[in-house]
Design a protein around this ligand. Structure first.
Ligand SMILES: [Zn+2]
Length: 83
C-alpha cells in the first residue's frame, strides 16, 4: 500500500472483495439503492437512487456484471436501430 501515488489514476475499492483496483481497470456498475428512514410511520421516507459501484475484474466476472453490461448495451443498440 501507498507506493507511488499517481494523481489521475486513483484506485477504487472493489465493492465485493475490497481490493483496490485502478479505476480504469475496475468495472463500474450502476446499482439501484434504496434509502429509508425506517420509521414505520407516515413520515417514513423512502427513496431510491442510482449509485456507482466498482468491482475488480474477477468479482465482476463472478457477479455477471459483464453479462449485464453486454445486455444493456445490446438493448440500447436495438433501440437505436429499430426505435
Ligand atoms: Zn473484487
Amino acid at each position: 500500500m501507498g507506493k507511488k501515488r499517481r494523481g489521475r489514476d486513483r484506485p477504487v475499492s472493489c465493492t465485493n472483495c475490497g481490493r483496490s483496483v485502478p479505476r480504469e481497470k475496475a468495472v463500474e456498475y450502476q446499482k439501484r439503492m434504496f434509502f429509508s428512514t425506517d420509521m414505520k410511520t407516515s413520515e417514513d421516507v423512502t427513496y431510491s437512487d442510482f449509485v456507482s459501484v466498482y468491482y475488480c475484474i474477477s468479482c465482476a466476472k463472478h457477479a455477471g456484471i459483464f453479462e449485464k453490461k453486454k445486455e444493456r448495451l445490446r438493448r440500447r443498440r436495438e433501440r437505436d436501430l429499430y426505435g
